[in-house]
Design a protein around this ligand. Sequence first.
Ligand SMILES: [Zn+2]
Length: 476
Amino acid sequence: MKKGITRRDEDFSRWYTDVIAAARLADYAPVKGCMVIRPNGYALWERIQFSLDQMFKETGHENAYFPLLIPESFLQREAEHVEGFAPECAVVTHGGGKALEERLVIRPTSETIIWAMYKRWIMSYRDLPILINQWCNVLRWEMRTRLFLRTTEFLWQEGHTAHASAGEAEEEALRILNVYRTFAEDYAAIPVVSGRKSEREKFAGAVHTYTIEGLMQDGKALQAGTSHNLGQNFAKAFDVTFQNRQGEQELVWATSWGMSTRMIGAIVMTHGDDRGLILPPRLAPTAVVFIPIFKGQTGHGEILQYAHQLAASLGKEIPSRIDARQEYTPGWKFNEWERAGVPIRVEVGPRDLRQGEAVLVRRDTGEKITGSEEGFKERAAALLGDIQRALYERARRFRDENTHVVDDYEVFKELVTDEGGFLRCRWCGSSECEDQIKQETMATIRCIPLEDASDEGPCLRCGTKARGRVYFARAY
Ligand SMILES: [Zn+2]
């Protein structure tokens, strides 16, 4: 058997890496900063993709694909954008054995190439809105990397929409924020706080960035999805105008938004325990694993057949598999599937077969429940629903217990260092205070909630009058 999993309270960062290895989600690639997503990790990504993709389509979006290579000059057209991304870009200088006339960047994100195309496709208000999403990889040269959380190349979806008015673009950015929030909470069982990013933290080239932020078990925040209202910045940079209903030429309004394989890191760090990964049932590629328990030399065929019968009764809605490998003991298999985070393990032995029963074991609590053959599917479905809710509730309790309202900067410093968590504080809105707080505590403003601006009082650092509270935390 492979080496054990470090305990969370011993070394959270090693625990994280151990869980990923034990669950066989990913491995390090030969090129520093890159990762190989292994079948277990990729199957989880496919579930994430499938659920999000459905939600995008239900809100009117279509998928398309744009190229990996972008002419370097494109990136330079939007000033803030190039400043934000140029340092992270990988540049292709040669092709076919010759130096290229124009260097090409490997996309760090696709706004520029997409807006170069939108210029060709948008003439009048009749061509709007354009609601496009693409599933792809992007590359950002990172110095310090962590599997799933920060890798040089990663997979994501990026939405790029074009609209006829400022109001529509804003509405779209918020609609997607809501999609991300729903996905995080209802599928990944990760409670999030949402709101706007500060000027300092917003996307390079955006007017506003909206974000959802989760709280990981080590007390650090993790940005899990962002949605940007780009205003007319990219339309200006790429000269994309349309004829409005009044017959006048106007610049097009834009949004972009993304969620990435980082979400897998968020799932690991929100739900995992000292035994390994715990997957929320709605995203688990295998929701139920059957482990036949053979005693003695005979009757294997009947037990296996019974396991197949139970598995078949679950149908397609509850993805299941049977681990019939003879070369491993049941105990070894229990351990393996536990590490992989499968929500329910079903043990099927000779006695279960005789009595028409099976033992269901919950991954999150270890609780054992006897289910009968009759109504097995309903039993399993109800249990999966319980697990999904229990995971969310546990994470929400943790988040709430680790969210503090703080008005004193000294208390703030202590809490940030000793406990972490979300700190809800008043902030005057100046980048100076924000920078100073970051320098002194390594905590950043995670988001400015959209509601709740009634709470008036002095700024945490400078004492100037401020309205409402923002979320501070140290973050991944
Ligand atoms: Zn201040």
